[in-house]
Each structure stands twice: as structure tokens, then as C-alpha cells.
Design a protein around this ligand. Structure first.
Ligand SMILES: [Zn+2]
Ligand SMILES: [Zn+2]
Length: 353
């Protein structure tokens, strides 16, 4: 097998903050003792990759770094300590590249909170390359025969919203409001919520987004560009008692919805923050929070089990992420569109061109 692995490969490398990202040839890495070498076939482009390129998060990034954390490919080599993965298996490279597996968080499967966690395309080289070495324990297991381009967006976007829904503790038959429902994360969140037996109230701006949300299974759409009172409209859509949704998923890249959500969430309900508008703060009246027993919490990617569950929903045909395929060589143009907010759905890079 080893003789089929080339010495050099094409990659998209972040060398300068703000870009442009360099499309160039670099050496193929060797897998460490606990790593597999993955021949990446497709990699999604996530908004986080743009933050990595701009280096505008309060989180140290390595330079240079190969970007990307939604890679799907085939195992072509493995380190001597790797068990449970064989050459030819399909795997995914996600944001959480590795964690120590022995700290108090890892032991309780809160791996994303590990102080020693490595992040793909950020603290270690990611999936914007044809061959990437990745931690075997954390590599997502993708079932044989899966469409690798279609599954790529599940590895970050899908996992993130699925975990957020789990963290909301909303149960089948209950209502969830999804803020930013018409965006890339939102369209996946609507489908996961539906598949989990929840009623979906979609919140976003504009008629076009509303139509898209309803088509994906939202039972109600609240348009913030025309609504006179978002709080009243969301409550009115939350079933016959009108007491508000049991959970709210905040995916929007603006700060304002973070302040509104506690106004319409049902008493004893949960507001889950997922989107990260730059510099945004959450504020809410303490009185209401106490007497209505509201929970506000964050949710950040997911653990290995969450990953497998998110992929399982996809494999059963319940999740269809809209995506468009372009070559790895065109990655900078995807970032350019992202900067101008021109992206609908997900862009997936074909690593062979
Ligand atoms: Zn991501
Ligand atoms: Zn740990």
C-alpha cells in the first residue's frame, strides 16, 4: 500500500493572517504511532476556517497551518498503536482532532473541553490537503459506501447543531425555535430537530429563507424583517398554549437574537448558544431568569459518540445538507464569497482538483 502514497501533495496553507491562502505542494505527512494517514477526498469549508485564516479569535493558532476540519476520506496507512481502523476504512476529520482521553473532561466524554485538545486546521494541520495524518481515536467512522462529499458538512456543521439539540434537552413532541434557521447550520438544525421528533419554529429574515425553512420541515416561520413583535410571534407559534418554545437554538451571527431569546423561551426552557458573533454578549433580566427558571448555556461541537450519532442520522437518509463542489485550488474564492456573506448552503472542496 505504502508505495502508492506519493511524497508530495497539493494543500491549502494559511501562511499570512488575512490571506490569501496558499495553494501549493507540500510533503505528505507520516502518521504518528496513534494516527492514521487519510487520503482526503472532500472537505467542507466552514465559517471557522475563515476565522482561522484571519486569526481573529482569542485562541492561539499555529503558523503556517493547513486549514480545514470537515474532511472525508480513506485510511491509507496507520501507526503501530492504532486498533479498530484498517486500511480502506472511510473516516472523517473533524474540528476536535485529538484530546488527551485521560483528563477529568475526557473521562466524562466532554472531550471538547480537554485542555490538551488539538484542533484541525488550527493548532494542527487539517483537511485542506490530499493526505492528512489524524488521531485514530477521534477520527469519525464513516460507513462503507457513504457519499464522501455529502457527509463532509455533517462532520462539523451537522455535529454542532445535533449536539446543540441534545444539550437543549427538548424531547419529542416539544417545540424548538431555531434562530438563523435559513443559514447553513440552520438548514441542518431543522432536519435534525424534525428527525428527533421536535416541532420547529424557524426564525430568520426574508421570504426566500422562509420558504426554504418550511420546505425543510419547519412548522412556522417568523420573519424578523417584518415581525412587529418577535416574542409574540414565536410564542403564538409554539402550540395551543402559546407559552413559548421549550428550547431555543441560537445560530445567528448577530448579537440581538441572543438578548431576545429569553423573552420568548418557555418557563423552565433552555436557550442554547452556538453561533459566535464577534464580541457579542448575552444579557437577560435576572428576575425573569429566576422566577421563570430559564437556563442559558453554550454548546461546542460534540464528542465521539455524538459524532457517530450525527453520522447515523445522515446514513439513514434523514439529513440532506445542500452543498456545492469546487476544486481545492478554488478555496480562496470560497473565502471571498464567505466574506461577502454570499454563500447559501455549504461549499465542499474536491481534493483531486
Ligand atoms: Zn466548523
Ligand atoms: Zn483530556
Amino acid at each position: 500500500m505504502a508505495d502508492q502514497i506519493p511524497r508530495e501533495q497539493w494543500a491549502a496553507v494559511i501562511e499570512k493572517d488575512g490571506g490569501p491562502i496558499s495553494y501549493k505542494k507540500i510533503p505528505v505527512p507520516k502518521p504518528g504511532h496513534d494516527q492514521v494517514l487519510v487520503n482526503v477526498k472532500y472537505s467542507g469549508v466552514c465559517h471557522t476556517d475563515l476565522h482561522a485564516l484571519n486569526n481573529d479569535w482569542p485562541l492561539a493558532r499555529k503558523t503556517p497551518v493547513v486549514g480545514g476540519h470537515e474532511g472525508a476520506g480513506v485510511v491509507v496507512a496507520k501507526g503501530e498503536l492504532v486498533t479498530g481502523l484498517e486500511i480502506g476504512d472511510l473516516v472523517g476529520i473533524k474540528w476536535l482532532n485529538s484530546s488527551c482521553l485521560s483528563c477529568t473532561f475526557c473521562m466524562q466524554s466532554d472531550e471538547s473541553l480537554c485542555q490538551a485538545a488539538e484542533l484541525s486546521g488550527y493548532t494542527v494541520d487539517g483537511s485542506f490537503q490530499q493526505y492528512t495524518a489524524t488521531n485514530a481515536a477521534h477520527a469519525a467512522r464513516i460507513p462503507p459506501g457513504a457519499d464522501l462529499a455529502a457527509v463532509a458538512p455533517i462532520l462539523c456543521a451537522g455535529l454542532t447543531v445535533y449536539k446543540g439539540l441534545k444539550e437543549s434537552h427538548a424531547r419529542p413532541g416539544q417545540f424548538v425555535a431555531i434562530v438563523g434557521a435559513g443559514g447553513g447550520l440552520g438548514s441542518l438544525a431543522i432536519q435534525y430537530a424534525r428527525a428527533m421528533g421536535l416541532h420547529v419554529i424557524a426564525i430568520d429574515g426574508g421570504k426566500e429563507k422562509g420558504e426554504a425553512c418550511v420546505k425543510l420541515g419547519a412548522e412556522a416561520y417568523v420573519d424578523f424583517t417584518t415581525s412587529k413583535s418577535i416574542v409574540d410571534d414565536v410564542k403564538a407559534a409554539s402550540g395551543s398554549d402559546g407559552l413559548g418554545p421549550h428550547a431555543v437554538l441560537l445560530l445567528a451571527p448577530q448579537e440581538r437574537p441572543f438578548q431576545q431569546a429569553t423573552g420568548y423561551v418557555r418557563s423552565k426552557g433552555t436557550v442554547v448558544c452556538i453561533g459566535m458573533p464577534a464580541g457579542a454578549r448575552v444579557s437577560m433580566p435576572v428576575f425573569d431568569t429566576v422566577v421563570r427558571m430559564i437556563q442559558v448555556k453554550g454548546s461546542y461541537v460534540g464528542n465521539r459518540q455524538d459524532t457517530q450519532e450525527a453520522i447515523d442520522f445522515f446514513t439513514r437518509g434523514l439529513i440532506h445538507a445542500p452543498y456545492k463542489v469546487v476544486g481545492l485550488s478554488e478555496v480562496q474564492s470560497v473565502f471571498d464569497m464567505m466574506k461577502e456573506n454570499k454563500i447559501v448552503g455549504r461549499y465542499v472542496l474536491d481534493m483531486s482538483r
